[in-house]
Design a protein around this ligand. Structure first.
Ligand code: NAD
Ligand code: ZN
Length: 358
């Protein structure tokens, strides 16, 4: 078992990574000095699998539990669902001394984290991520939020958890698509910080708890340096996401999984990097191989309009004199914010996603 500490002064917390930790949830909540009742938020699928174990673990420590369920899927990251969740908290007597426990993937974590940030002007949240995506990325760092039809995560709050409990045995029940999807963010960490991750993924020689821990450490280093994404350091975590988010939204939320859209965004961003930042061709190919190894897409379905994707980026991002700040990699293992990327460059990156003729 491993513990990674996220050092954020008074908002510091531990990320527990290991096998069988669900049964320790009550003890870990107590150790995080939580005393009130728990509002456990989950989606129906994850609740069926793990809700009972978590409730038992909390009850064992004398913690009172209420359960709050949402439908699985990205569409639950909405104002409507956040509002009904808060109403449900109130009906069940969740109060300012209570805490929220988010049990599920990134959708549940972002949604429940957001509800916790605003309910009673903020109650503590414990993140219990059950997907690779959530364990390596979304549960750590305090970004919470919901989507608008105008774009992903456009409404949200910074709300650091008081503890994160990543039980890697829960990953065993993921569907193939959900399993693969999470590796998009692992690959992202390889690109922006630790090239060796890519070779370990390629050779398949990794131990899952160890891999999650390495990713959490990388995420921690960015978050600790730039908690609220003001200096540009944390923005490097968005490699592949400018184009990825636009693709995800144009496809319609839930149609492409987040990691699938990010995989496409990373291929396009790598093309931009080759053009603007000198990313060597062999390294671009290495990235594409890593993405394909997890059956993640590298070609954009024909039905998605390129011009709509570009328009969305244009309306989302600030262009100054026709240029945006865009995360590029000059070489795998390194990333930087370029401020000379043009709409033409993005179009060039996107065109590399055109299906090859067969
Ligand atoms: N806040 C952040 O910093 C951050 C970072 C990365 C991603 N995200 C967000 O995370 C979301 C994607 O998260 P996700 O990929 O985990 O999606 P998700 O939460 O929708 O989970 C994917 C599917 O897997 C199911 N599932 C979850 N755990 C399971 C398990 N252990 N066994 C079987 N099935 C399980 C869920 O019910 C769901 O159907 C996106 O909304 C994205 O924007 C946020
Ligand atoms: Zn992401």
């Amino acid at each position: 078992m491993g513990i990674v500490t996220i050092e954020l002064g008074p908002r510091s917390y531990s990320v527990h990574v290991g096998e069988g930790l669900l049964d320790e949830a009550g003890r870990i909540c107590r150790a995080a000095r939580l005393t009130g009742r728990a509002a456990v938020v989950s989606d129906r699928k994850v609740d069926d699998l793990y809700g009972g174990r978590v409730s038992n673990a909390l009850a064992k420590e004398g913690i009172k539990v209420s359960n709050h369920l949402v439908d699985p899927g990205e569409l639950s990251k909405s104002f409507e669902v956040a509002a009904s969740l808060c109403e449900d908290f109130a009906r069940h007597g969740v109060d300012r001394h209570s805490f929220v426990l988010a049990l599920g993937g990134g959708v549940v974590g972002d949604l429940a984290g957001f509800a916790a940030a605003v309910y009673y002007r903020g109650v503590p949240v414990v993140q219990v991520p059950t997907t690779i995506m959530a364990q390596v990325d979304s549960s750590v760092g305090g970004k919470t939020g919901i989507n608008l039809s105008a774009g992903k995560n456009l409404v949200g709050a910074f709300h650091q958890p008081v503890a994160v409990i990543a039980d890697t045995t829960t990953l065993g029940t993921l569907g193939r698509r959900e399993w693969n999807e999470g590796f998009a963010e692992v690959i992202k960490y390889g690109v922006i910080r630790e090239k060796a991750l890519l070779s370990d993924l390629q050779s398949g020689t990794f131990d899952l708890p160890e891999l999650v821990r390495r990713c959490v450490e990388i995420k921690a280093s960015f978050v600790q340096e730039d908690e609220r994404e003001t200096t540009g350091t944390r923005a490097l975590l968005n490699f592949g996401h400018t184009i990825g988010h636009a693709i995800e939204a144009v496809a319609g939320y839930g149609s492409l999984l987040h990691g699938e859209a990010v995989a496409l965004g990373m291929v396009a961003a790598a093309q931009v990097s080759a053009k603007r930042a000198g990313l060597p061709k062999e390294e671009l190919e290495e990235l594409v191989r890593a993405i394909r190894r997890f059956d993640l897409p590298t070609e954009l379905p024909d039905r998605l309009s390129r011009s709509q994707i570009l328009e969305r980026i244009f309306s989302d991002k600030k262009f100054v004199n026709g240029k945006i700040r865009f995360v590029v990699t000059p070489g795998l293992g390194n990333a930087l914010l370029a401020d000379n990327v043009t709409m033409d460059d993005l179009e060039f990156g996107l065109s590399a996603l055109d299906p090859s003729p067969r």
